[in-house]
Design a protein around this ligand. Structure first.
Ligand SMILES: [Zn+2]
Length: 68
């Protein structure tokens, strides 16, 4: 069995941090508005101690949380 797994770097889409997708390929949680996303940000910080930032997604027009 020949496994051809050529990765052409040129054709790989650049993974930006401000993405619609999570690292595991699933879409991120979408928030309708910035206040909603900021609230979730704060909650994540309080509950999990993670530092997230809200950003507007160009893909779906919603808001997601990501690492700053
Ligand atoms: Zn999105």
């Amino acid at each position: 069995m020949a496994s051809r797994r050529r990765i052409r770097r040129v054709e790989q889409p650049r993974r930006t941090r401000l993405s619609h997708w999570r690292a595991d390929g699933e879409p991120k949680t979408r928030y309708r508005s910035e206040p909603d996303a900021n609230r979730a940000c704060l909650q994540a910080r309080l509950e999990h101690g993670v530092d997230l930032t809200a950003y507007l997604c160009e893909f779906c027009g919603g808001w997601h949380l990501g690492n700053p």
